[in-house]
Each structure stands twice: as C-alpha cells, then as structure tokens.
Design a protein around this ligand. Structure first.
Ligand code: PMV
Length: 335
C-alpha cells in the first residue's frame, strides 16, 4: 500500500473549557466545551504510507519527534490502518505556524490535520463527523479543529466512542478577534493530558467543576449565538478561572501561570473596566493569555497588551476555516 495526502487545520480556543476525562480508555471529555477555530494558527501535516518502512516516522517542525509524541501519532495511524486493512508504516511531517506545545493548542490543530491526512492517504473517505471522532480519540480538543468557526464538543457518554464535535456557526457568524499575548518561550512543563488526570484524581474542586461546567457551557453557547458580548465575557472568564482553579488545587499543583500571565490578566480587566473595551480573557494549559474582543477593539487590545510587562509579543487571530485535505498524486509523491 502506498498513498499520500496533506491536510491543514487551525488551532482553536475554548470559550467553555474542556478539562477532565469521563473515561480514560476512550478519551471522552467529562464536560462539554465550546471553541473558536483560529485563523491563521495553522498546522500542515503530510502523511505518506511507504512500503519498506519498518516503523512510523514523525517529524514535527523539521525535528524528529519525541517518543511520546510518536506513540500518539502511531496510535491514530494504527486506527486508520485497521480500518483500511493494511499494515504499511507511514512518514509523517507536521509543521506549525506558531510555537508548539506552548499553550496555543497545537495538539488540536496537529491531530485534526493528522486525522484528515492519514485517512485520505489510506484511501478512506470519512465524513467530517467521523474525522472529528478520530481526532478526538487522539486529543479531545482536536475534535473541534475539524470544523471552522464556532464549535461544540459535547461531554462524553460511557462507551460512546463515536463522540464528535459539531459546528454551531460558521466563521462569519461573529467578527471577533482573539489577541494572543505570548508570555513565555518554550514548552509548557506539564502536558494537559497528565495534568487533567491529576485534577480528576486529586483536586478537591473536581466534582464541582464537572457539575458547574454543564450550565456554564449552555450559557456560553446562548451568548455566542446571540452575539451578546456583555453576557459572554464574564462567563468565558469564569470557565477558564475555574479550570485553572481545579488544576492548581491538584496534588501536586498544576500552575501554568507566569508573572506575565497575571500582568496580562490585569491588563485585560483594565482595558475593559477603565477604557470601556469589549474584551475578556481566557487561558489554556499554558502561560499565554488570549484576549477575546470585538474586531473594532482589537488594535487597542493588542497595543494595551504589548505595553504590559511580561508580554513578549501579541498575535491577532480571528474565526477561521475547518480542515482542508488534499491527496497527493503518485507522480508528485515520487519526485
Ligand atoms: O489538548 P487536549 O485535547 O489535551 O485538551 C486541552 C484542553 C484545554 O486546551 C486546556 C481546554 C480546551 O477546551 O481546549
């Protein structure tokens, strides 16, 4: 078997956060989440099934990937090989257009692109829903990056391995901006997978988080569909502060925040309360602060954050497209 395909997918930022698994075996989220797919935070992934390879090879941003990363990639490839009925190993290259593993959800765009490229390279033609479920099994937030715009991933139900995300509205629904305030270089110290495992098993706030997240997610979805920024802002902040509270109360504590993160959170509050801008903050499993704002306020928000001590630079992103997949013809493959 030989075949090659390329896919691009964008990262996403959750407004209602996913944190914690309902079922370790099937990678089902314990809570529902809602996100925005972000243009231009793109990952491009190429998969080539090659006779003669003795094992899968995976290069991330031009460097051979670490053993743990290769294992997760191979697990997804194994699923595709099982479905397509062959055993040929693959060469995978993945390039992020933004810092890897620094809390910009590169695993989401990476596993979404991998699910698409691997399926197409194997000659399969899954629906978007099936692709989303495949990406979810590798990284739950990746299920959302299959779709553009505004996306929901429901909480998992026991035994339902077909759980997939669904699009709530396309990118044109609301002209928001997400200003990423980068506050540190390099990889985050604790991956989200192990950190959420710690939270589930040791955080005294975990049950309250799971219980409260359902209501919060419904309210966030309503505010989003109504394009009601004043209603959305405090809900978004409640979701991420609660997620980080759960993580910080884990044993051992998981603390993603750096000094620059705290300074940026105060800056966002000042921009909203003193300057009257439509802006609120969120953070993922990393030190960066993402300021969600209206398009009209994006320049002022970016300027305000750039002037904040501990903020290294900003990156302005907006609602973006879903996955795009292209098979690579055999002649191109050989050349
Ligand atoms: O990258 P994953 O699938 O392990 O999930 C990370 C979850 C957060 O980014 C922290 C929150 C979210 O909902 O995206």
């Amino acid at each position: 078997m030989s075949g090659a395909a390329k896919a691009t997918a964008c990262a996403n930022i959750a407004l209602a956060k996913y944190w914690g698994k309902a079922d370790d075996g099937l990678n089902l989220p314990a809570v529902p989440s809602v996100s925005i797919t972000l243009d231009p935070l793109v990952t491009e992934t190429t998969v080539t099934f090659e006779e003669g390879l003795t094992e899968d090879a995976f290069a991330l941003d031009g460097e051979p990937a670490r053993a743990g990363e290769l294992k997760r990639v191979s697990a997804l490839l194994d699923e595709v090989r099982r479905e397509a009925g062959f055993e040929t190993r693959a060469r995978v290259t993945s390039d992020n257009r933004f810092p890897t593993a620094a809390g910009l959800a590169s695993s989401a765009s990476g596993f979404a692109a991998l699910a698409g490229a691997a399926s197409a390279a194997a000659g399969l033609a899954p629906s978007l829903e099936e692709l989303s479920a495949r990406a979810r099994r590798a990284s739950a937030s990746a299920a959302r990056s299959i779709y553009g715009g505004f996306v929901e991933l429901p909480a998992g139900r026991e035994g339902r391995d077909d759980l997939a995300a669904r699009q709530l509205a396309g990118p044109e629904h609301w002209d928001l901006r997400v200003v990423v305030a980068v506050t540190a270089e390099g990889r985050k110290p604790v991956g989200s997978r192990s950190a959420m495992g710690e939270s589930r098993h040791s955080s005294m706030f975990y049950d309250a988080w799971v219980e409260g997240s359902r209501r919060l997610c419904t309210e966030i979805e309503e505010a989003l569909m109504d394009r009601d920024f004043p209603r959305l802002a405090p809900l978004v902040e409640q979701s991420f502060f609660a997620m980080h509270g759960v993580a910080m109360a884990s044993i051992p504590p998981v603390l993603y925040w750096q000094g620059g993160s705290v300074a940026a959170l105060h800056a966002v509050r000042r921009l909203r309360e003193d300057d009257g801008l439509s802006v609120c903050a969120t953070m993922d499993a990393g030190p960066h602060v993402k300021a969600i704002c209206t398009a009209a306020d994006a320049d002022a928000v970016a300027k305000g954050l750039e002037a904040t001590d501990g903020v290294l630079r900003t990156l302005v992103t907006k609602p973006g497209p879903g996955i795009s997949i292209e098979t690579i013809p055999a002649e191109t493959e050989a050349s």
